[in-house]
Write a protein that binds this ligand. Structure first.
Ligand SMILES: [Zn+2]
Length: 90
């Protein structure tokens, strides 16, 4: 038995945990990604306060872990939120 083996490498997922996390809320689990806004030149409307999120404003992108029955894919339900509005959400 002289065969040498390399150390087994842990399998890593493609996404980075620091940029994307799952948060538990009253109505289910949500994927939450923090965005700096620096690469965005679009204005989004925050569903929490219905005010615009101006370009280059740090905010969060949120989409459900489980898609709702009416949508083809959970990523279609992604929404841009002000960070504070998302944190205030129950
Ligand atoms: Zn807001």
């Amino acid at each position: 038995m002289s065969r040498r083996r390399g150390r087994p490498r842990p399998h890593r997922a493609a996404w980075q945990p620091s940029s994307h996390e799952v948060q538990q809320r009253r109505d289910g689990e949500w994927n939450v990604r923090r965005l700096s806004g620096a690469s965005s030149n679009k204005t989004y409307t925050c569903p929490g306060c219905l005010h615009p999120i101006a370009p280059a404003t740090p905010h969060v992108l949120v989409w459900p872990v489980e898609k709702s029955l009416l949508s083809a894919d959970a990523i279609d339900e992604r929404r841009h939120w002000h960070r504070d509005c998302w944190h205030r959400r129950p």
